[in-house]
Ligand binder design. Structure first.
Ligand SMILES: Cc1ncc(COP(=O)(O)O)c(C=O)c1O
Length: 387
């Protein structure tokens, strides 16, 4: 038999999603893969019910239905402070996962280098492998998860570096990069002619006093930034698989060519049903942020009382927790498996996210009903007896 792809041969399935399967098998509270156990906004589910029979049920135009792209252009343009043309600047994708894959396939050549911060979201590494580009990691130093500008500039200065994939707000570190940090990244991107592909799926989960800055909106960056984001997190619809790319026409046109053949279009009834969500006013985003602040504080207090230390996130719904006091010789992977099976709470082993050998962390998320978080805390409070 001829050998199968060398690309998949040395990749595994996602550890994050594997932990979800284990959690389901064990009846554990799933604080591993980040998705809510509460409902999307009512206006969205009501619209979905309304269109169940009349549809749309067939393919939309490849770039997304016109009214959906218009709603995206209005909402995203308002947040970014950039006037977006739905025909030239907006591409509807199947989640931000597809958006990033399409951007990487469209804008890089095999052998190019892609700068990533470490810790990084698990998907990026596999996506780099699939596109035959080489990830170059620049550490975000725990516990504050800040970067060394000199190390980042060195990575950008390599002539093979084509792009940086920048997750902001950042999963799993919880960092929300400051305007000064982003200005530095923008300056070196311009200096060394590097593209920035963003992953901004947590743009509306940012805790005061931190604020989200769109790097695309910084001077000179619109022409070299490909903004990838998602409706998954902002409207609590991770299963709908709705994402988008927003970019200047020159860059977007290349991404469109990949998207056209990769997925054809995003699900048509869901494009239609999410429109009332995109039309929600500022109150929605304020309440949404406040809800997540409360959830963060519930989990933080519970973890602290049990004796876990962690870095308080500035944004996203993730926390990196120090598990070293509870590991008793286990690797982080063994620990997370044991925790799921014996304590009934699933976390993701921290090593999933680091280039460096880091074995004493686990990632938890707080995108759950308050009662689910209290249940997780109650179970975790018995960790010393059960493990
Ligand atoms: C940083 C980050 N990017 C992208 C995604 C995937 O988003 P989507 O559902 O839009 O594909 C996730 C999901 O957890 C994420 O945490």
């Amino acid at each position: 038999m001829k050998p199968l792809s060398q690309k998949t041969a040395f990749l595994t399935d996602s550890v994050i999603r594997r932990m979800t399967r284990l959690a389901m098998d064990c009846g554990a509270v799933n604080l591993s893969q980040g998705f809510p156990d509460f409902d999307p906004p009512a206006c969205v589910t009501e619209r979905l019910a309304e269109i169940a029979a009349p549809g749309p049920h067939q393919y939309t135009p490849t770039w997304g239905a016109k009214n959906y792209r218009q709603a995206l252009a209005d909402k995203v343009g308002r947040c970014m402070g950039i006037d977006l043309d739905p025909d030239r600047n907006v591409l509807a994708t199947v989640g931000s996962t597809e958006a990033m894959m399409a951007a990487l396939m469209a804008l890089t050549n095999p052998g190019d280098k892609l700068v990533l911060f470490s810790p990084y979201f698990e998907n990026y590494y596999s996506q780099a492998v699939f596109t035959s580009i080489e990830p170059v990691f620049v550490p975000l130093e725990p516990p504050a998860f800040t970067f060394d500008p000199a190390k980042l500039e060195k990575a950008f200065a390599d002539p093979k570096t084509k792009a940086m994939l920048l997750c902001n707000p950042s999963n799993p570190s919880g960092r929300v990069f400051t305007k000064e940090e982003l200005t530095f990244i923008a300056d070196i991107a311009k200096k060394y002619d590097v593209l920035v592909i963003t992953d901004e799926v947590y743009e509306h989960i940012v805790f005061a006093p931190h604020e989200h800055t769109y790097i695309a909106a910084l001077p000179g960056m619109w022409e070299r930034t490909v903004c990838c984001s998602s409706l998954s997190k902002t409207y609590s619809v991770t299963g709908w698989r709705l994402g988008y790319i927003v970019a200047c026409e020159r860059l977007l046109n290349e991404c469109k060519k990949v998207h056209d053949f990769l997925t054809v279009c995003a699900p048509s009834p869901l494009q239609e049903a999410i429109i009332p969500g995109l039309r929600l006013g500022d109150d929605y985003y304020r309440d949404f942020g406040e809800k997540y602040t409360r959830k963060r504080d519930i989990l933080a207090k519970g973890l602290e009382e049990i004796g876990f230390s962690f870095t308080m996130p500035e944004g996203t719904y993730f926390m990196m927790v120090d598990i070293s006091d509870f590991q008793r010789g286990m690797t982080d992977i063994e620990f997370c498996e044991e925790l799921t099976k014996k304590v009934g709470v699933a976390m993701v082993p921290g090593s999933t996210f680091f280039k460096e050998p880091v074995g004493h962390l686990a990632r938890v998320h707080f995108s759950k009903k308050d009662e689910t978080l209290y249940e997780a805390i109650d179970r975790l409070s018995k960790i010393r007896e059960k493990m």
